[in-house]
Design a protein around this ligand. Structure first.
Ligand code: 5GP
Length: 193
């Protein structure tokens, strides 16, 4: 999506450790118009599917998922990060290695809100090594719901998540795929899609 690529080029900042900062428009200050265009684009891509739930993970996925979900007319469910959990049977839970914070979180989702046979679209801000996505997919599987596909705002194509998950047959639609980025020069190259 050209609009998103242009915005990343203009306002994205490449940090050491392969981190792209987009907090001036995506995950701290939020450009609502841009998020609307992204929602429209995912709707164009997935409009032939029935979507019962849009699933994301807190915190930065929520705004993106909420705006996208309006196009699908479906509720948003966000998986919660918990410091520690008492598994009392009311929640699905999984573990996610955090890319940006270098630690493992327990992630939970109430069984009340995701049911067998429901069609799920996952939306998230970044795809890097795929840990967050694997955790969300695990929750969908535990609920015996159906994963229709995944909408990612920014995929870092030089990290393994996208390749590995597509090889497993998961439909991943990333609006921008960063092919390479250089913390020294600030240069960002995108994969042609
Ligand atoms: P993964 O689990 O695929 O390795 O990483 C995905 C999660 O880590 C995303 O939900 C996002 O919050 C965070 N993340 C990964 N890479 C970046 C990055 O380059 N910049 C920012 N801002 N977040 C990232």
């Amino acid at each position: 999506m050209l609009l998103l690529e242009e915005r990343i080029r203009k306002d994205g900042r490449v940090k050491t450790g392969n981190v792209l900062k987009v907090d001036s428009f995506l995950n701290h200050q939020i450009d609502v118009k841009l998020l609307n265009r992204m929602g429209e684009e995912w709707y164009r891509i997935f409009k032939d599917e029935r979507i019962d739930k849009v699933l994301t993970i807190e915190a930065s996925g929520i705004a993106i998922a909420v705006i996208a979900a309006q196009y699908f007319g479906a509720p948003v469910l966000f998986a919660k990060k918990a410091q520690s959990i008492n598994i009392d049977g009311d929640v699905y839970s999984t573990k996610v290695q955090s890319y940006t914070h270098n630690r493992i979180y327990d992630v939970i989702l109430s069984k009340k809100f995701l049911h067998e046979g429901e069609n799920v679209l996952i939306i998230d801000d970044f795809l890097a090594n795929g840990c967050a996505l694997e955790g969300l997919i695990d929750l969908v599987d535990q609920a015996k719901a159906n994963l229709v596909g995944v909408g990612i705002a920014i995929e870092k194509g030089f990290q393994k998540g996208g390749r590995e998950l597509r090889e497993k047959g998961i439909r991943i639609e990333s609006l921008a795929i960063v092919e390479s980025m250089d913390a020294a020069t600030g240069e960002i190259k995108f994969r042609k899609q």
